[in-house]
Design a protein around this ligand. Structure first.
Ligand code: HAM
Length: 474
């Protein structure tokens, strides 16, 4: 085979992002940054501090917190086996001995190593890419003894999460959440209400459209089990009329049947017993107080008795927020109270409540409603010609950038016509024209691209003019 033929066959593979993952590109990333900056600002005003968490954790952490039977844990996690550090050390020592040293396989050192190797290879560590971050925040709370800090501890986070779901608009396998958790202290209803108020304030700041807050209480260890049994009994009576998913859930998690979107099941669900009628006294008064606290804060809500959430750790308050323009995946935020989760993970008895916003969906909704526009064009495009002008252009770019302007400095000389065309394409506001004349006269030409007007300025006047214009437009 000739060399050319080989090359043809070996045409390099074109890689593409894995299904369910995607690249976020400029100018859209400017909107992501704006949203994240607003989260830092708003959450900061409520006294929350940022926590940055690892992307992977022991599988068991998620299985224990979210629940083995949930969709997330039973079918959506990205889990992989990792060897223990000891396994790697033993393995390399064995190899070193076998390769470098001439000792028989019956040698006791080697035999010992082989035994350890067997033991460690069984041990292994199962790791999972985080499908959510509440479990990790609780793990960190325990690990860093945060119960010794003034309570409650208020933390927020943002970053990628991973779930193997069927990708569609607003649903990805790598998606992004912005979340917050309040851990420790009391379970005062004002805490539930303030957490909800915070997320609503954030959405308000972003001018998110069509925001609808749904709330519910799903009871606690006292009252929920009895309600779940009642629900199960009622569901068994109508089992034949339900779809396969709901039929399965009668056994695994009857509450999730209430979540069903299946058209044929809606009539049946409407007749099922409602948890609000079966809350114990404590849960009922907590729920009433949360509603009162929301009203005191002017937060508009809708009660939704079917809002049960898909993760096992919740108790009492649950809430979900939907927004405009998202189609079937319209939940832009979900959250609730999870007292007892820290304890379940080996920590002290601790109250907890929080939420997570789906950032991808938040961005989509902002874009669909026209609230997602960001200005990303350059402020100044420097059109220069000639060696002396090049040196001046470099200096001008440095000064303008120092003053906070976004500057495009072409790396090679261009004819002015071409340079102005390029400035237009990049959405620049101004073209700074620097030719031999401008440099020798010390008067620089500034062209406003929107109306084509041109004015000549001395260097300090030019900077002053741009500063004034910026102040006027901000
Ligand atoms: P979650 O309801 O599973 O709750 O997720 C919260 C939000 O993340 C959803 O409302 C949605 O906007 C977004 N989301 C979830 N899955 C996807 C996906 N595959 N693609 C795009 N967006 C998605 C939690 O994760 C809890 N940890 C929330 C929480 C915090 N509860 C208490 N504290």
């Amino acid at each position: 085979m000739s060399e050319g033929a080989v090359k043809k066959e070996e045409k390099p593979r074109k890689f593409q992002a894995i299904r369910g993952t995607r690249d976020l590109l400029p100018p859209e990333t400017a909107l992501w940054n704006r949203v994240e900056q607003a989260a830092h600002a708003v959450f900061g005003t409520f006294g929350f501090g940022e926590i940055r968490l690892p992307i992977f954790e022991p599988t068991e952490l998620f299985a224990k917190s979210i629940g083995e039977e949930t969709d997330v844990v039973s079918k959506e996690m990205y889990t992989f086996e990792a060897y223990t550090d000891k396994f790697v050390a033993v393995f390399s020592e064995m190899r070193r001995i076998l390769v470098k040293e001439d000792i028989g396989s019956k040698n006791p050192i080697l035999r010992n190593l082989q035994e350890e190797f067997k033991l460690e290879s069984k041990r292994g560590t199962s790791l999972t890419l985080r499908p959510e971050a509440t479990a990790s925040v609780c793990r960190a709370y325990i690990e860093h003894n945060m119960q010794q800090l003034p309570q409650p501890v208020k933390l927020y986070y943002m970053g990628p999460m991973f779930r193997r779901e069927r990708p569609q608009k607003g649903r990805y396998r790598q998606f992004y959440q912005i979340g917050a958790e309040v851990l420790g202290g009391s379970d005062a209803p004002a805490i539930d209400a303030e957490v909800i108020e915070m997320v609503m304030t954030f959405f308000d700041r972003l001018e998110l459209q069509g925001v609808q807050l749904d709330i519910n209480s799903i009871g606690d260890r006292n009252c929920r089990p009895k309600y779940v049994e009642l629900l199960r009994a009622e569901l068994l009576k109508v089992k034949d009329k339900l779809g396969p998913d709901s039929q399965r859930r009668i056994e695994t998690n009857p509450l999730r049947v209430l979540d069903s979107k299946l058209e044929s099941e809606q009539g049946i669900i409407a007749t099922l017993p409602r948890i609000a009628d079966h809350l114990c006294e404590d849960c009922a008064s907590h729920y009433a107080a949360v509603k009162h606290q929301l009203e005191m804060r002017g937060v508009i809500y809708r009660e939704n008795w079917r809002l049960v959430r898909g993760l096992d750790y919740y108790m009492r308050t649950t809430f979900e927020i939907t927004a405009q323009g998202l189609g079937s995946q319209n939940a832009v935020c979900g959250g609730g109270r999870y007292d007892g989760l820290v304890e379940l993970l080996g920590g002290p008895p601790t109250k907890g409540i929080g939420f997570a916003i789906g950032e991808d969906r938040l961005i989509l909704s902002l874009q669909e409603s026209g609230k997602g526009t960001v200005t990303t064009g350059r402020d100044v495009y420097i059109a220069w010609m000639g060696e002396r002008a090049h040196a001046t252009a470099i200096r001008a770019a440095k000064d303008l950038r120092k003053a906070g302007f976004s500057v495009e400095l072409p790396p090679v000389e261009q004819k002015f016509g071409k340079a102005l065309g390029q400035a237009d394409k990049l959405g620049a506001k101004y073209a700074l024209i620097l030719g031999d004349n401008e440099v020798s006269e010390g008067l620089w030409t500034l062209k406003t691209l929107a109306d084509g007007s041109q004015v000549r300025y001395t260097e300090p006047d030019l900077l002053e003019h741009l500063r004034k214009q910026r102040a006027l437009s901000s």
